[in-house]
Write a protein that binds this ligand. Structure first.
Ligand code: URA
Length: 209
């Protein structure tokens, strides 16, 4: 699929193995997710526009490039997306951080937004939505729609592990959104967990299991 970028860099794959391992504790899990997010962010920002400026080195004047000042934003989907924020901010410290939280209505099974706070100028920003696991795609699809409804026009989605089903859901619902993923796993199980996956990313990040 042309809007899906699988980042199979050896460093990313090595750290993915660490977070998949059930023996890895919360501290190491958190650190590895942060590092993977940073490595992925490096690739996901590859096409940021540059502009030429003139500076003076100790030797002479020269024309050189800096980021063109395009405004960036990152939006973690609560709560597991929070684990990816610090890694992204290490790379792009000037990015604004929005947050979005959803729950599934027990009767309609539809995702309902319970929290959304985005930068006021969201329509001017290139946004990267973060969630480590893209499973059924239901919440990511809805989160992206809620963010678009608030005026965002430029959105990328970054996750660590995706299911083929989740990728299909996002690609069909949001063909304009590029998906950056470190691994596409085999399938979902009956409880909508990714197989082999890494279990519940939120629980493993925050030690709530
Ligand atoms: N969310 C998770 O944290 N893990 C999965 O496998 C699926 C959804």
């Amino acid at each position: 699929m042309k809007n899906v970028f699988v980042m199979d860099h050896p460093l990313i794959q090595h750290k993915l193995t660490l977070i998949r391992d059930k023996e890895t504790g919360s501290k190491e899990f958190r650190e590895a997710i942060k590092e993977i997010a940073m490595l992925m962010g490096y690739e996901a920002t590859r096409n940021l526009p540059l502009q030429e400026i003139e500076i003076e080195t100790p030797i002479c004047k020269t024309k050189t490039k800096v980021l063109a000042g395009r405004k960036l934003g990152i939006v973690p989907i609560l709560r597991a997306g929070l684990g990816m924020v610090d890694g992204m901010l290490n790379l792009i410290p000037a990015a604004k951080v929005g947050h979005i939280g959803l729950y599934r209505d027990p009767e309609t099974l539809e995702p309902v937004e319970y929290y959304c706070k985005l930068p006021a100028d969201v329509h001017e920003r290139d946004l990267i939505v973060l969630d480590p696991m893209l499973a059924t795609g239901g919440s990511a699809k809805a989160a992206i729609q809620f963010i678009k409804d608030r005026g965002a026009t430029s959105i990328k989605f970054m996750c660590l592990i995706a299911s083929p089903e989740g990728i299909k859901v996002i690609s069909e619902a949001h063909p304009d959104v590029e998906i950056y993923v470190a691994a596409v796993d085999e399938k979902l199980n009956d409880h909508a967990y990714i197989v082999p996956g890494l279990g519940d990313a939120g629980d493993r990040l925050f030690g709530t299991k």
